[in-house]
Design a protein around this ligand. Structure first.
Ligand code: URA
Length: 272
């Protein structure tokens, strides 16, 4: 049954909660559009050419378009990142940068957490809802599992530094697009260079493919140490499974556990 009456407060709140849960967290127009009504009365008329249709549209009613760059050019972010001499300068440059659409939808920049002097750096994919709200990476459920994984080998956030490939939340927790990755990667690479860790761990597919420059997926890449050079800095690097994946696929925790032990051995080997 469909009723044509305004929603009361509780219903409106429930609808908003539902939108948020399914990843709809951004309005593209001022007025809701009933697409079902539009498709229920299909027009047999020849569709107007785009220019004709645009000319016929009342100008004042159109919502302001959002500029989406489909051919992202990382020249600007590369130059901005290169100019940052410290992590504080890099954060300031990223706070001021407005060229990535993700920023417009996010609550805030999620720069990093942990110890910038640490020997171990972890790189995730991008902030989720909790990270976006709190401004720190890996603070939601996946982050709590990550803390337990680190704890299992005697590490905590005072002994590691954590950042993400993209520092603003992709809406609805989708993967960052290739354009968003292209724009944001220079920032992350500079962050790695400035932290200069001895060991870098990529969490899941997105940072693994990007930082190891491979099309191989995480199941093939995980568990093997490789040398990774970023700018002037070379470090040992290991890919492992993303904690969010482990929450969905607990049977894979044994593999991640092996990777954590391998990290522990590498750290101990370094200290021996
Ligand atoms: N997943 C990520 O990849 N990064 C976060 O910060 C949180 C969840």
């Amino acid at each position: 049954m469909s009723e044509n009456r305004p929603l009361n407060n509780a219903e409106a709140r429930a609808a908003l909660d539902w939108y948020r849960a399914v990843g709809v967290d951004f309005a593209v127009g001022e007025e809701p559009v009933d697409r079902f009504a539009a498709s229920a009365a299909p027009s047999r008329a020849r569709p107007a050419p785009v220019a004709e249709a645009a000319a016929a549209r009342p100008v004042a009613a159109a919502p302001a378009p959002i500029a989406i760059s489909l051919t992202a050019d990382p020249t600007e972010t590369t130059a901005l990142a290169a100019g940052a001499r410290t992590l504080d300068e890099l954060r300031a440059v990223m706070e001021a940068y407005d060229g990535c659409l993700l920023k417009k939808r996010a609550t805030q920049l999620v720069f990093a957490d942990g110890n910038p002097e640490a020997e171990i750096m972890l790189v995730g994919e991008g902030p989720g809802e909790q990270e976006d709200l709190q401004g720190k990476p890996f603070v939601g459920r996946a982050g709590q599992l990550l803390d337990r994984m680190l704890g299992s080998i005697g590490l905590d956030r005072s002994k590691v530094y954590i950042a993400n490939m993209v520092p603003w939340r992709p809406p609805g927790n989708r993967d960052p697009t290739p354009e968003e990755m292209a724009l944001c990667t220079p920032f992350l690479l500079r962050q790695v260079e400035l932290v200069a860790p001895k060991f870098l761990v990529t969490l899941g597919n997105v940072p693994t493919k990007s930082l190891f420059r491979t099309e191989n997926g995480i199941t093939r890449m995980r568990g093997q140490w490789r040398d990774l050079t970023v700018g002037s800095h070379t470090m040992r690097a290991l890919a492992t499974l993303h904690p969010a994946y482990l929450l969905r696929t607990p049977a894979s925790k044994a593999l991640a556990w092996r990777d954590m032990l391998s990290l522990k051995q590498a750290i101990e080997g370094e200290r021996a």
